[in-house]
Design a protein around this ligand. Structure first.
Ligand SMILES: [Zn+2]
Length: 319
């Protein structure tokens, strides 16, 4: 017994028969049957691709390396980062011999940065590689203060080796190796004031002003601002030159202090209350000058696709 035609095909046949003036049910010619068969097959196979002519004009989609602490144990970090809608490309464990876990392939987007900005680039999940580091983060003390757990040297050494390899493979600029607090200073503290950024600088991954540069800028600032600290607009301008997203209204509001605090956590972590002081001003000017010497030629290289949206960010690094 012949199987009835599927409703869609039966309907097409009826329409074609009507268009050709034939009564429904009249056998169609071989040519028309072939047309119908073609209509029913809508998928086309991917053609062979010749990859033997690679273009000179290309670079990695990864422009930034973003560091986080998890604020959780290793087991909880693995569970959250693999089973919830937050992730990172790499998780660095806290074992005596720290294990590096790859959770997301570098060619794919991990969900760790959330609403974020640096040097005018925004929503950095699309253009970054994210590293979560197992670290408890801040713990409240009886006096109400917060104490940040240190990062074991073995863990930092492991991280440095990992970052060095990835920085080299993707051509990441030193001023684009950042903390979550750098790219989201209004919301995040991680990797926190206990994170040893200086160790990464000593490993050659970041630029870092040396003692002579700090002395030079101490003198420069003293001449320019002999009697008072620079005005709020100066702080906002310098922080923007470093790369931070910062208000530019010339007022020392809470948002501006949050950005100053993010800078202090990284370069002068002994105090990170966001209050301007002369030492922070010296560091800020020194960092701007050091960065400018190396990045002027490259700033603006690489663009993000417009309209990119990024669901999710890492919730395990609560700031
Ligand atoms: Zn984070």
């Amino acid at each position: 017994m012949p199987r009835p035609a599927p409703p869609e095909l039966a309907s097409r046949r009826a329409l074609l028969s009507a268009a050709l003036g034939a009564a429904p049910g009249v056998a169609l010619g071989a040519g028309l049957s072939a047309v119908l068969a073609g209509c029913a097959t809508t998928s086309a196979e991917a053609p062979p691709v010749d990859s033997s002519h690679p273009a000179q004009g290309q670079d990695s989609r990864a422009l930034f390396l973003i560091l986080h602490y998890t604020g959780e144990s290793l087991a909880d970090s693995l569970r959250i980062l693999t089973q919830q809608a937050v992730s990172a490309h790499y998780l660095v464990g806290d074992q005596a011999q720290p294990v590096v876990y790859r959770l997301v392939d570098e060619s794919r987007r991990a969900w760790h940065a959330g609403d974020s900005a640096w040097q005018g680039h925004t929503m950095l999940n699309a253009s970054s590689i994210g590293f979560e580091i197992v670290n408890p983060g801040p713990r409240s003390q009886p006096d109400g203060s917060r104490l940040f757990a240190p990062y074991p040297p073995a863990q930092i050494n492991t991280l440095i080796g990992l970052v060095r390899d990835i920085q080299a493979r993707h051509g990441i600029r030193p001023d684009r190796i950042l903390g979550h607090s750098d790219i989201a200073p209004q919301r995040k503290l991680d990797p926190g004031p206990a994170f040893p950024w200086r160790a990464l600088a000593e490993a050659g991954l970041l630029r870092w002003p040396d003692a002579a540069q700090l002395r030079l800028h101490t003198a420069v600032l003293q001449r320019r601002f002999p009697d008072a600290l620079p005005e709020p607009a100066w702080w906002q301008d310098m922080l923007a030159q470093v790369g931070y997203s910062v208000p530019r209204h010339g007022q020392l509001d809470s948002a501006t202090r949050q950005v100053i605090a993010a800078f202090q956590m990284k370069y002068r972590p002994a105090r990170y209350d966001g209050l301007p002081d002369r030492e922070t001003a010296v560091w800020l000017q020194a960092v701007v000058t050091t960065d400018a010497a190396d990045t002027a030629a490259n700033r603006g290289a690489g663009t993000l696709p417009s309209g990119a949206t990024q669901p999710g960010e890492s919730a395990v690094c609560q700031g």
